[in-house]
Design a protein around this ligand. Sequence first.
Ligand SMILES: [Zn+2]
Length: 419
Amino acid sequence: MEKHEFKRASHVVLTSHTNQIYKDIPKVDWGNKDPKKRGPVIATISDKSNRNAIGTHSGSYTVYRALSIAAGHFPQDHKADLENTEATTSIGPYDSWFDPERIVSIDPWGAQINEHFSDLIKEGMDIRPSIAVTQARLHIPEIEKSIEKGKLKIDGKVVLEDSSIKTTKVAIEPVWYLPGMAKRFGMEEGELRKILFQETGGMFPELVTRPDLKILLPPIGSSTAYIFGDPSKLADPKTELTCRVHDECNGSDVFGSDICTCRPYLTYGIEDAARTAQKGGVGLIVYFRKEGRALGEVTKFLVYNARKRQQGGDSAATYFHRTECVAGVEDARFQELMPDVLHYLGVKKIHNLHSMSNMKYDAIVGSGIEVVNRLSIPDELIPADAQVEMEAKKAAGYFTAGEVKSGDKLEKVKGRDID
Ligand SMILES: [Zn+2]
């Protein structure tokens, strides 16, 4: 492997140093209709003089990049060669892109860097995409079973002969427009900046020292949209849209852990999204890296133990209480930002929403998207040990077309012992 010498600095230059404040940085006019006037978000570290954002690309992986540079595996001044990286299908622009308050947590122009900013790139500016669009085929055991059972048909267009599903997938990095974020949370921008700075252990000093920089690329996970059928139909309210907005659950989604319903609900959503695409509609699954209700997996596993070891065993009646005892809140997901992805894709109407969460439903409808039907997970797909979660959620007001248990009946819903 080629070794790149790590350039050791004789002293640390803080981002708040006066010689780090450049007067001629390209401006960003969030929401401007003309991408050239809106301006590119420049968050690369290779050329500090043009940076107009706080933080850098790749979300949480930016820390690995730093390690890679420290280990000498990665050239510090690398500029991306973006030839042939353009999106396989173009998305937008939609009216929602021009409303500075409609999309505040992603850069809608993030996939079209080559198209709109090639002149600036030629001038030497290191501008990187924050969104990438490509094609894929999904092989999923649950989908193969549904095909065997005749629930999903092979049509050679959406579902192929080998039982795989064709999809367009869109990777989206977080790009936060801080004035819009503050508005969404109903607070002063300065207050939001101060809290973000303090509660991350003082991670980005510019949050408090550089009020002129309005954009933050936070070191958090990204989201991915999987589109089934024609992506341009997502913006047509007359085309039937089946959608699931799914928050990551690594234990269930990847490893098949049976304490929750995440993977069965996800694969059922994919199956139904594909079915809708086969009827001439379009399907959409958005996957958010918000593990353990955005509390993280360590907290989540602690809660599992606390639930299973409590007096009387794991019970639907005490499900939310145990989470709150350990984590301080029942849920830290703040679904207020989630609809931004839907607005990026131009969605105005969802005909079938696969979600039981009222937080998600309220956020989607509150952002101006119409929802026609809400669909809960079919009973036969709920693992036995996940009945506790399911009944607790229904009792707490989550959407269901079925029965809601309370009192004695809820007390009786118990999970497995810890071993
Ligand atoms: Zn789960």
